[in-house]
Write a protein that binds this ligand. Structure first.
Ligand code: HEM
Length: 368
């Protein structure tokens, strides 16, 4: 598709018209182009107010709301703030890896790749990490579009998630604790910078984005290193190359398959195609990251590849807020795994691995 029709017309079942962009340069151009907007309610009149709280956040906003909402969380995620968390992330990693010592068969997703990022994001926000299995259930439901539980709908999970947050906010309102949530609640109470719906939207986005993706960064990196044992050995000998391995893993098998949707705010011409106002445009991030015009031998995992300006974290104003955190978690997780375990192998055949459903995330369900 990337070679034959890199800006490809798609007619969705619900009657919407859309475009799938698969090349690197075209994808980067879409992500930076202000004519492709996120707040689709503007196209149909009204505002996002009537929409679900899960869309009341920076990822579904355009300037100036985007800047205001991103600004409220940004301070907690700057590279400086994040590098200050190195010691704590290492501590959590070591505790989780202690639990794996002596075990022969381990599901690395369940026992390591999932708990690490969710514990970290819960600590940053100030929500109890013990409730992480609930967050996992609810956010998997939202991301995969299926509840995974017989007789329970995605909508019921969403309602439970919102109720949980509401009760937690009440507790923190009564006893402010200096956490990020506590600060956001103060902002909400202080006036016009954050509405109540936006508070729910921001916190749920951070919980979901804060772990759904990094789980798969860890899992996909381990998978790549098992497929390329020479590079696994090289990283054991030269651990200073691990950050480069994380970048290559993000390019090679990025945890987010497609960008979120953008909508054309006007009739426009893009790469020779006539795009109409209201058309949906989506960038296939992993396809763009395997574009041979940008990356030499793109289907080879190569830690020593020269600088890798991939699109795994997006580009432009919606560039991933959590990129410094995800990179640090990935680096610590992989370095620690490699230094403690000399022989990491799959207990099952690679063809038996099952990949997570849905179009958004790329990662395996289990890694045993
Ligand atoms: C945005 C990927 C980890 C928070 C994005 C986008 C991508 C992405 C592709 C842009 C989507 C678009 O433009 O349509 C990833 C990957 C991660 C990761 C691959 C891990 C390897 C995290 C973490 C957090 C986070 C740990 C936690 C704070 C966000 C937020 C946005 C975002 C808040 C929206 C930014 C905005 O709209 O301005 N991420 N993410 N992400 N990510 Fe991440």
């Amino acid at each position: 598709l990337r070679e034959m029709d890199p800006v490809h017309y798609v007619h969705f079942q619900d009657g919407q018209r859309g475009w799938l962009v698969t090349g690197y340069e075209d994808g980067a151009a879409v992500l930076k182009d202000a004519r492709f907007i996120k707040d689709f309610s503007k196209l149909y009149g009204g505002s996002m107010d009537g929409m679900s709280v899960f869309t009341q956040n920076m990822l579904f906003s355009d300037p100036p709301d985007h800047k205001r909402l991103r600004g409220l969380a940004q301070k907690a995620f700057t590279p400086k703030m994040i590098s200050g968390m190195r010691g704590r992330i290492q501590e959590i990693t070591d505790t989780l890896l202690d639990g794996l010592e002596g075990k022969k068969d381990v599901d690395l997703i369940d026992e390591f790749a999932f708990p690490l990022p969710i514990i970290v994001i819960c600590e940053i926000l100030g929500v109890p990490a013990e409730d992480r299995d609930k967050f996992r259930l609810w956010s998997n439901s939202l991301i995969e579009g299926t509840s995974g539980e017989a007789g329970v709908s995605v909508y019921q999970h969403m309602t439970q998630f919102i109720e949980y947050l509401g009760q937690w906010f009440q507790k923190v309102r009564a006893n402010p604790d200096g956490s990020l949530i506590s600060k956001l609640i103060e902002t909400e109470e202080a006036g016009d910078r954050l509405s109540e719906k936006e508070l729910y939207g921001l916190v749920s986005l951070l919980i979901i984005a804060g772990h759904e993706t990094t789980v798969n960064l860890i899992g996909n990196t381990v998978l790549a290193l098992m497929a390329y044992p020479d590079q696994q050995d090289m990283l054991r000998e030269q651990p200073e190359l691990v950050p480069q391995a994380i970048e290559e893993s993000l390019r090679f098998n990025g945890p987010v398959e497609f960008s979120t949707s953008r909508w054309a705010s006007e009739d426009l011409e893009f790469r020779g195609k006539r795009i109409h106002r209201g058309d949906v445009v989506v960038v296939a991030l992993n396809a763009a990251n395997h574009d041979p015009e940008k990356f030499e031998a793109p289907d080879r995992f190569d830690v020593l590849r020269e600088k890798s300006p991939h699109l795994a974290f997006g580009m432009g104003i919606h560039f991933c807020l959590g990129a410094p955190l995800a990179r640090l978690e990935g680096e610590i997780a992989i370095s620690s795994l490699l230094s403690r375990f000399g022989n990491i192998r799959l207990a099952v055949d690679e063809s038996e691995l099952s990949w997570r459903p849905g179009m958004i995330v790329r990662g395996v369900k289990e890694l045993s």
